[in-house]
Design a protein around this ligand. Structure first.
Ligand code: MN9
Length: 290
C-alpha cells in the first residue's frame, strides 16, 4: 500500500483561453509539486472545481494526473457527487486507472439526513477495493456528522480515514483517540499546527499547489519537536493565506501560479476573475514570501 501520511496537494484545475481543461499545465504542476516532495495529490476536490466540471472533464482530470504522476505519488480522487450512483461510477473509474484511494464530500443541497449521508459513504466504500477517505467539510456541505456517526463510518474496513476541514478540534481529537490506526488529514492549511497538535497524520490543502515546501517543513519541524519554528513558519504562511482569502482563495491561487510562470487561467464563473489591482496586490504581498 502507498504512503498515506504526509502532505497532499489538493490540485487546482487549469483552464485554457477557451475554458477547456489545460492538461499540459496540470501535468507541469504535478511535476513541480513532486520535485517539492509532496506525498501525493488530492484530485478534483473543492479546490479542483469538481462541481464546475462536466463528468467528462472530471474523468480527464483524473486520468491526466495519473498519467503525470504514475507511481511516484499517492493519488486520492475526490469522487463526491450528490447522487450515490454517480459517486460510485467515478470511484470505479479511478480504481480502474490505478488510483490509491477515493474520497467524497457528503451529498449536499437536498438536506439529506445523516443516516442517508452515511448510507451514501458506505455504498461508495463497498463499491471498490481501494479505500475511502471521508471528506468532512461542514462549512461547505452543510453536513456535520457527530463523533458517534463518524466513528461508525471509520469502523468500516474499507474506510481509511477522514479529511477533516473544520475548526472543531475537540471532535478531531476524539476521533484521533478512538481510531489511532486510521488516517486523519488536516483540512484548513491556516491551522495546520493546530491539527498537528491533535495528532493528524498529514494534510490535504489548496495552498500547497504553490507552497507545499513550507508545509512539508512545518510538519517535519513539528515532528522533530521544533514547535516554535513550526509556529513561526505557519505564521508566515498565514500572511499569504490571509491575502488569498481577501481576493478569493482559488482565483487567488491561480493568479499566484500564473505569476510564477504557469498558465492556469481563471476559475469558472460564478467565481470572480481578479482585477489587475488584485493581482498586483497578490504579487507584492505573496511573492516575496515564497
Ligand atoms: O482542501 C481547502 N479547503 C477548501 C482544503 O478549499 C474549502 C483548504 O486548503 C483551504 O482552501 C485553505 C484556505 O482556507 O485552507
Amino acid at each position: 500500500m502507498k504512503n498515506f501520511k504526509g502532505i497532499f496537494t489538493a490540485l487546482l484545475t487549469p483552464f485554457d483561453a477557451n475554458d477547456n481543461v489545460n492538461t499540459a499545465e496540470l501535468k507541469k504542476l504535478v511535476e513541480w509539486n513532486l520535485e517539492k516532495g509532496v506525498t501525493g495529490f488530492y484530485v478534483a476536490g473543492s479546490t479542483g472545481e469538481a462541481f464546475l466540471l462536466s463528468e467528462e472533464e472530471r474523468r480527464l482530470v483524473y486520468a491526466t494526473v495519473k498519467e503525470a504522476a504514475g507511481d511516484r505519488a499517492t493519488l486520492i480522487a475526490h469522487v463526491g457527487a450528490v447522487s450515490t450512483k454517480q459517486a460510485v461510477e467515478y470511484a470505479k473509474y479511478v480504481e480502474s486507472i490505478g488510483y490509491d484511494a477515493v474520497s467524497a464530500v457528503a451529498p449536499f443541497y437536498y438536506k439529506f439526513s445523516n443516516a442517508q449521508v452515511m448510507e451514501h459513504y458506505t455504498a461508495i466504500a463497498d463499491s471498490v477495493k481501494i479505500p475511502l477517505v471521508i471528506y468532512n467539510i461542514p462549512a461547505f456541505s452543510g453536513v456535520d456528522l457527530s463523533v458517534e456517526e463518524a466513528s461508525k463510518l471509520l469502523s468500516h474496513d474499507n474506510i481509511l480515514g477522514i479529511k477533516y476541514t473544520s475548526n472543531d478540534f475537540f471532535k478531531m481529537q476524539q476521533l484521533r483517540a478512538r481510531f489511532p490506526e486510521k488516517i486523519i488529514y488536516n483540512g484548513f492549511d491556516e491551522i495546520m499546527v493546530c491539527g498537528l497538535s491533535m495528532g493528524v497524520d498529514g494534510a490535504i490543502g489548496s495552498t500547497y499547489n504553490f507552497m507545499a515546501d513550507k508545509f512539508i517543513k512545518i510538519r517535519d519541524l513539528w515532528e522533530s519537536g521544533n514547535i516554535k519554528a513550526a509556529q513561526e513558519l505557519q505564521a508566515q504562511a498565514n500572511i499569504i493565506i490571509a491575502a488569498l482569502i481577501k481576493v478569493g482563495v482559488m482565483p487567488g491561487e491561480k493568479a499566484v501560479l500564473n505569476l510564477l510562470g504557469f498558465d492556469f487561467g481563471v476559475c469558472r464563473k460564478p467565481f470572480d476573475t481578479l482585477t489587475d489591482e488584485q493581482i498586483e496586490y497578490l504579487k507584492e504581498t505573496i511573492l516575496p514570501l515564497l
